[in-house]
Design a protein around this ligand. Structure first.
Ligand code: GLY
Length: 600
C-alpha cells in the first residue's frame, strides 16, 4: 500500500467512525418493547392464534408438520394461515398477509412501500430473489436533500412530505410473486383485508402507542390526520377502526392486478398527494407506469456447513450478514457460548468491519460499480477475519479492498435507515420457503396518505450528500431511476440444498445485527427458533456496542474491559423465524413485537 493510499484509508476510516457515531446518536427512539400482549388486544382471534400468543409468552416455539407462517400481527398471520391450510402456496399466503399488515400495522409496510423477497422453490431446488425496492423518480437529482446552501437537510425535514417518496414496489412484487408461484385465485387473496377494512379491525396496543408517540408530527397532512386522529384524538388501543379507502384500493388491485395501482385513479391519487404535500415531491404518472420488479440471484455465504442466502444489491442486508458470518467462520463461538464477552467481541468487531465495507461499497449495483463477488469471497473474509484474532476491541476499523474495481474509489456513506419495517417468513405444504422484508421506511413513512395507505419515505435511504468529507463520490448518492441502499435482510439458510431456517427482521440498519445474531444463536448455540429470536440483542454498526438492558454484569463488564463503549437502548427487533428440522417445522415470533407463528 502506498503512503497516499494508506493516508486515504485512515482518513476514510476515522471520518466514517465520527459520522457513524453521530448517526447512531441520531437514531429515533423505538417503541416500548412488547411483552406478552394479551390476546384480547386484537379482537376476536381463532383458538390457534390465542394458543400461539400463549406459547410466545411462555417462550415456546410453535410446531407444524406441513406449513408454518410467522409475521408481526395475529390478524395478518391468521389470513395467511387460512390460505396455507387451503393448499395455497407461500406466495399466495404472503399476499394475504401483506394486504392485512397494510391495514393493521400501517406504520411499517404496505402498498405505498417496497419489499425484498427470497424464495426457495421445492420443485426445482432453486433459490431466487425479487427486488421490489422503491425507485427514485426520473425527475429526482442527486441534490434532492441538500438545502440552498449545499448543506444536507435535517433528517425528519427530508422525511415528512412528498419529497422523500419513491415509486412504490410492493404491489408489483405481490403480482410478480403470484405470477411465478401462486396457486390460489389472485382476487380472493385480498378478501380478509377488505373484510377487516370495511367491517373494522381492532387497533393494537403497538399501533395506538406509536400514534400517540408521534402526536403532532403525524398531523401534517389532512388525510393522515383524519385517519389516525378521528375527532381530533389519536386512535386508541382496542378501538374499532375502518378504512373504506383502503378497501377500495384493494378491490382495484384484486380486480385489475398491479395495473389497478400503477395506472388510473389510484396512481392519480398518489401523484396528487406527493405533489400537493407540504414538502412536495417529483413522482409522476410515467414513473408509476414504468415501475418494474427485478429478479436477481441470491447472495450466499457458507457458515457452519450451511449456506446463508439473502438479498443482494440494492440491499446491503445479504452481503453484510454474509460478511459478518464469513469472518466468524474460523472462531469457535459454540465453545465460547452465548454469555461469553469473547463471543460478542468477535461478533461486534466482525460487524464493525462489515459495516465499514457496507458504508463504502454497497449501493444499487445497476447504477454504480460494486465488488459484489469480492465482498463475500471466502479468501477475503478469511483475511478480514484474521483481524479479530486479538483480545481487545479493534482500535481502528476501516473498509477493506474486496477486489479491484472502480468501486475502490467510493467515499464513505453514513446515511441511516431508521427502524420501522416488518418481516414475513413462510413455509408452505409443498415445501417452498419464502422470506420477505417489507417496509415504508420510517415509522408511518412520509406521513402522506392516499387511497387508505401511507406512502414511503424510502428516498431518504440514499445518502443526502453526494461526496464524503474527503471529496470522494458516494456510491449510494441519489440518481434518477436508482434504488436506495437498504439493510433489509430476508434470509433462507440452506443445508445440503434444502432450506433449514427462514429468518428476517425489521429495524433499519440494525436488521443486519439482529439477523446475524439469530442465525448464530440457532446454528452455534443450538437455541430453538423461539429462543433464537428472543435472545438478547447486542450489536455494533460501526460505533458503540448497542445492548439491551438486563444483560449479565459479567458480559457488560467484560465488553467494557475489552474497550467497547456500551450504548444501552431499546432494540426492538421483530425477528420472525422458522426452522425446518427432521421432526418437522417450528416457528418463532419476536417477543418484542406483536407477532405470532402459526403452523399446521
Ligand atoms: N428502510 C429500511 C431499509 O430498507 O433497510
Amino acid at each position: 500500500m502506498t503512503r497516499a493510499t494508506l493516508t486515504l484509508v485512515l482518513l476514510l476510516g476515522s471520518a466514517a467512525a465520527a459520522l457513524a457515531q453521530q448517526a447512531t446518536d441520531a437514531v429515533a427512539p423505538e417503541a416500548a418493547t412488547e411483552t406478552a400482549t394479551p390476546a384480547d388486544s386484537f379482537g376476536p382471534l381463532t383458538d390457534a392464534a390465542r394458543a400461539a400468543l400463549a406459547a410466545k409468552a411462555e417462550g415456546k416455539a410453535v410446531t407444524g408438520q406441513n406449513w408454518m407462517i410467522t409475521a408481526a400481527n395475529p390478524l395478518a398471520v391468521e389470513a395467511g394461515a387460512k390460505v396455507l391450510a387451503a393448499g395455497g402456496s407461500a406466495a399466495d399466503a404472503m399476499i394475504a398477509v401483506q394486504a392485512v399488515l397494510g391495514l393493521v400495522e400501517p406504520q411499517s409496510s404496505g402498498l405505498g412501500g417496497g419489499a425484498f423477497l427470497v424464495w426457495y422453490d421445492a420443485e426445482t431446488g432453486e433459490l431466487t430473489t425479487l427486488d421490489g425496492r422503491e425507485t427514485a423518480p426520473l425527475a429526482a437529482t442527486p441534490t434532492l436533500f441538500l438545502k440552498d446552501d449545499g448543506q444536507p437537510m435535517e433528517f425528519m425535514e427530508a422525511v415528512v412530505g412528498g419529497r422523500s417518496v419513491g415509486i412504490p414496489g410492493t404491489p408489483a412484487l405481490l403480482e410478480a410473486a403470484h405470477r411465478r408461484w401462486g396457486k390460489a385465485n389472485w382476487s380472493g387473496l385480498f378478501d380478509d383485508a377488505i373484510r377487516l377494512a370495511e367491517g373494522g379491525f381492532t387497533v393494537s396496543p403497538r399501533l395506538a402507542g406509536l400514534v400517540a408517540e408521534e402526536g403532532d408530527a403525524l398531523q401534517t397532512e389532512a388525510a393522515t390526520t383524519a385517519y389516525f386522529f378521528p375527532g381530533g384524538q389519536g386512535v386508541a388501543a382496542g378501538a374499532t377502526l375502518t378504512n373504506p379507502a383502503y378497501a377500495a384500493t384493494l378491490r382495484k388491485l384484486a380486480s385489475e392486478g398491479a395495473d389497478g395501482f400503477y395506472q388510473g385513479a389510484v396512481a392519480e391519487g398518489i401523484v396528487a398527494a406527493v405533489r400537493g404535500a407540504k414538502n412536495p415531491g417529483l413522482l409522476s404518472m410515467q414513473d408509476l407506469a414504468a415501475y418494474r420488479v427485478i429478479e436477481r440471484p441470491a447472495v450466499c455465504v457458507e457458515y457452519r456447513a450451511h449456506d446463508v442466502c439473502g438479498m443482494g444489491p440494492p440491499s446491503s442486508g445479504g452481503l453484510t450478514v454474509g460478511q459478518i458470518l464469513g469472518m466468524l467462520g474460523g472462531y469457535d463461538l459454540a465453545a465460547l457460548g452465548a454469555e461469553n464477552p469473547e463471543s460478542w467481541r468477535l461478533i461486534g468487531d466482525a460487524s464493525r468491519l462489515a459495516f465499514a465495507d457496507r458504508g463504502r461499497f454497497m449501493a444499487d449495483s445497476d447504477h454504480v460499480p460494486m465488488p459484489t463477488e469480492g465482498l463475500i469471497d471466502p479468501a477475503y473474509l478469511a483475511e478480514r477475519g484474521k483481524l479479530l484474532s486479538g483480545d481487545d476491541s479493534l482500535p481502528e476499523v476501516s473498509a477493506g479492498a474486496p477486489g479491484w474495481s472502480h468501486a475502490a474509489l467510493w467515499g464513505q456513506d453514513t446515511s441511516l435507515e431508521l427502524p420501522s419495517t416488518t418481516h414475513i417468513s413462510i413455509v408452505d405444504g409443498d415445501g417452498n420457503a419464502l422470506s420477505m422484508t417489507t417496509t415504508i421506511e420510517n415509522g408511518f413513512g412520509s406521513r402522506v396518505m392516499t387511497g387508505g395507505f401511507l406512502l414511503n419515505n424510502e428516498l431518504t435511504d440514499f445518502s443526502f450528500e453526494t461526496h464524503d468529507a474527503a471529496g470522494w463520490p458516494i456510491a449510494n448518492a441519489l440518481a434518477p431511476g436508482k434504488r436506495p441502499r437498504s439493510s433489509m435482510a430476508p434470509t433462507i439458510v440452506m443445508k445440503d440444498g434444502k432450506p433449514a431456517m427462514v429468518i428476517g427482521s425489521p429495524g433499519g440498519s440494525r436488521i443486519i445485527g439482529y439477523v446475524a445474531r439469530a442465525i448464530i444463536a440457532h446454528l452455534d448455540w443450538g437455541m430453538d427458533i423461539q429462543a433464537a429470536v428472543a435472545a438478547p440483542n447486542i450489536l455494533n454498526r460501526f460505533g458503540p456496542m448497542d445492548v439491551e438492558a438486563g444483560l449479565p454484569a459479567a458480559l457488560t463488564e467484560g465488553l467494557t474491559a475489552m474497550g467497547f463503549t456500551l450504548n444501552e437502548t431499546d432494540l426492538t427487533s421483530g425477528l420472525q423465524g422458522i426452522v425446518i428440522g427432521p421432526e418437522g417445522l417450528s416457528g418463532g415470533a419476536d417477543p418484542r413485537r406483536e407477532g405470532i407463528a402459526l403452523g399446521g
